[in-house]
Design a protein around this ligand. Structure first.
Ligand code: NAD
Length: 343
């Protein structure tokens, strides 16, 4: 007999990360019982992760002091634990104790460029860690796993906009290959064990509390500190920049919709309005009131020329409707950046 679970009990992995933090916040505000998990690794400054957790009411500590489930002082329905997806002892123990109804997996080693120098980080978190998570979902009767894939799986596909119907068998970075692997693994687990899995291919997410390794942050930081920005492929790139609130709203709609369907499904989640890199830079310059010094460089290995999401399927199934124009999104990021760094 399957046990009775609290339908509003959710695990968010990567909850100290950029997207996981924003998603956790909206879920606790909407009354879900949320446990956040993250290994607080130092791929970028862990202080930013600790500060995001502080916004969720988790007191600031040394990284090593988050090992037990800590309750939030601000939201009684939020708790956080520092844990590695690779940990085959503590991960199942957490699932056994907490009895999650749904899981949103946002923990991963992110970043295309870093995967060229540090392949093992991707194997550990994105392949071994993801497999462990699937095993836990299977063994502890999770009803629905929603997980992060990436627009990078489209590689150098030329047909635009990118559709989930397109062939994605030619990833050009190990990062993209691990994300494509996650889609295959999730499909298999849904097929074998019946629980529902939903993959989301995110398209260049940006906004307040954003990642320091991404263009929005790197450019703002360099311009304000009078350093030149690195403009790859001589600026000849296009990205479907998607504002964080639109992303989180999309994930939220999927979580919220009570539906009994099973199996694996896959969606693009983007803005569906690609922006030229030089226009993106102009928008940042405009918001900062400073002209950037530009170091024009060739294309980087592993990078793709253009991304553009066809989001028709997500609109149809979950009424997804991204609404933030780049001008507004950049303004919001710059406001946050200035206040966070007290400029
Ligand atoms: N931000 C984007 O534009 C974007 C685009 C495509 C896909 N994604 C995917 O979305 C997800 C969230 O991305 P983000 O931008 O919030 O990145 P992020 O790096 O800010 O967040 C990921 C979090 O996961 C944690 N983590 C990494 N490996 C872990 C492990 N093995 N065990 C436990 N925790 C671990 C990290 O400490 C980090 O806080 C990732 O899967 C990423 O690959 C993001």
């Amino acid at each position: 007999m399957s046990e009775i679970k609290d339908r509003r009990k959710i695990l968010v992995t990567g909850s100290a990360g950029f997207i996981g933090f924003h998603l956790s916040k909206i879920l606790v505000e909407e009354g879900y019982q949320v446990v956040g998990l993250d290994n607080l690794n130092n791929y970028y400054d862990p202080q930013l992760k600790i500060d995001r957790l502080l916004e969720l009411g988790i007191p600031s500590k040394k990284v090593s002091e988050y090992n037990k489930l800590i309750r939030s002082g601000k939201f009684e329905n939020f708790g956080f634990i520092k844990l590695d997806l690779e940990d085959r002892i503590r991960l199942p123990a957490l699932f056994s104790q907490e009895k999650f109804y749904k899981v949103v997996n946002l923990a991963a080693q992110a970043g295309v460029r870093y995967s060229i120098e540090n392949p093992t980080a991707y194997v550990d978190s994105n392949l071994v860690g993801f497999a462990n998570l699937l095993e836990c979902c299977r063994n502890f009767q999770v009803k629905h796993l929603i997980y992060a894939s990436s627009s990078s799986v489209y590689g150098q596909n030329e047909k635009i906009p990118f559709s989930t119907e397109d062939n994605v068998d030619h990833p050009i970075s190990l990062y993209a290959a691990t994300k494509k692997s996650n889609e295959l693994m999730a499909f298999t687990y849904s097929h074998l064990y019946g629980f529902k899995t939903t993959g989301l291919r995110f398209f260049t997410v940006y906004g307040p509390w954003g990642r320091p390794d991404m263009a929005m942050f790197l450019f703002t930081d360099a311009i304000l500190n009078d350093r030149p920005i690195k403009v790859f492929n001589n600026g000849n790139l296009e990205r479907d920049f998607t504002y964080i609130d639109d992303i989180v709203q999309g994930i939220y709609q999927i979580i919220q919709k009570a539906d009994n369907s099973q199996g694996h499904s896959l969606y693009n989640i983007g803005n569906s309005k690609p922006v030229k890199l030089m226009e993106f830079i102009e928008e940042i310059e405009h918001q900062l009131g400073i002209t950037a010094k530009k170091n024009m460089l060739p294309m980087q290995k592993g990078d793709v020329n253009r991304t553009w999401a066809d989001v028709g399927k997500l609109k149809k199934d979950y009424e997804y409707s991204p609404s933030t124009p780049i001008s507004k999104g950049v303004q919001k990021f710059v406001e946050w950046y200035k206040s966070y760094y007290a400029l």
